[in-house]
Design a protein around this ligand. Structure first.
Ligand code: SF4
Length: 274
């Protein structure tokens, strides 16, 4: 399910973690300019980062109000749960995708269904025991051909262990998935203008900055964050400036990354879950 590992020839993703020092300087600079929200993800499992608890604590203590994390939940354990809750994580999203062992393990290769379910339930219990209202717990499902028939039961399965249940439509990141998993016909939307370019930056473990978290092929790379190239200069840089102009003119399809994105190639409307 991860575009990072989907195609060997992408070969653009080093298997490494962001260093604490890099994270710290991002927060320091961001906070100076009013940074209030971070999402500790991009094509990787943040719970593998040995410094993750310190990172959450640092961001929390330095004024970031909304610290959010997606996880597949496979390596969640008691001490990580206690640390995340205590250190100020505001939202956690468990990507579960299925309520049956067979489908779950087919989608999430290498994960063991019973173990992950237990990890998520335990996380909920620990939060209750610690009498904490945060992090808000969301369990999410990406709707695709393989699991769509489970959508309604998914809500019932997780209802007692989550504050929110969410559904997202499957999207084919950069067209890397050769299997058609869409549940509906998509409609092309060439005139789409994307808010992401004005809202956020995605900083990868290596310091490469992309415009958004959808760009698995790193086609809209804005620069490399380092001592000589800070976030402000990337945010105000030529590439982002020119991209914003194209989006404003409804010509986003002229940008390779955006043209390959589902926002342009077409969104599908999910059914209501009753
Ligand atoms: S790739 Fe998609 S999400 Fe990213 S900036 Fe372009 S249109 Fe927006």
């Amino acid at each position: 399910m991860c575009p990072r590992t989907h195609r060997v020839e992408l070969n653009q993703w080093e298997n490494r973690m962001m260093k604490f020092e890099t994270f710290k300087s991002i927060i320091d600079e961001g906070v100076k300019y009013g940074l209030k929200a971070i999402n500790l993800n991009n094509f990787g499992e943040s719970l593998f980062n040995k410094k993750i608890l310190e990172m959450v604590k640092y961001a929390h203590e330095n004024g970031v109000l909304d610290i959010m994390m997606h996880t597949n939940g496979t390596v969640m354990n008691d001490s990580l749960a206690e640390g995340l809750i205590k250190n100020g994580l505001n939202r956690i999203i468990f990507s579960m995708d299925s309520i049956s062992k067979e489908i779950y393990e087919k989608i999430r290769i290498g994960a063991i269904f019973e173990k992950t379910v237990e990890n998520v339930k335990k996380f909920y219990d620990i939060r209750q025991k610690m009498k904490s209202k945060t992090p808000i717990i969301r369990v999410s499902m990406v709707r695709m051909k393989e699991n769509d028939h489970e959508a309604k039961d998914f809500k019932n399965f997780w209802g007692n262990y989550a504050d929110e249940i969410s559904y997202t439509d499957y999207r084919n990141q950069d067209g890397l998935d050769k299997i058609d998993r869409y549940t509906k016909i998509k409609e092309e939307n060439k005139s789409y203008s994307c808010p992401a370019l004005w809202q956020r930056m995605t900083i990868n473990a290596t310091g490469e900055v992309t415009a958004c978290c959808r760009d698995a092929g790193k086609r809209l790379t804005l620069g490399k964050y380092n001592k000589d190239n800070n976030l402000k200069s990337i945010w105000e840089g030529k590439i982002l400036k020119e991209s914003r102009i194209l989006h404003e003119k409804k010509q986003a399809y002229k940008i390779d990354a955006c043209n390959g994105c589902d926002h342009i190639r077409g969104m599908i409307k999910p059914d209501k879950i009753s």
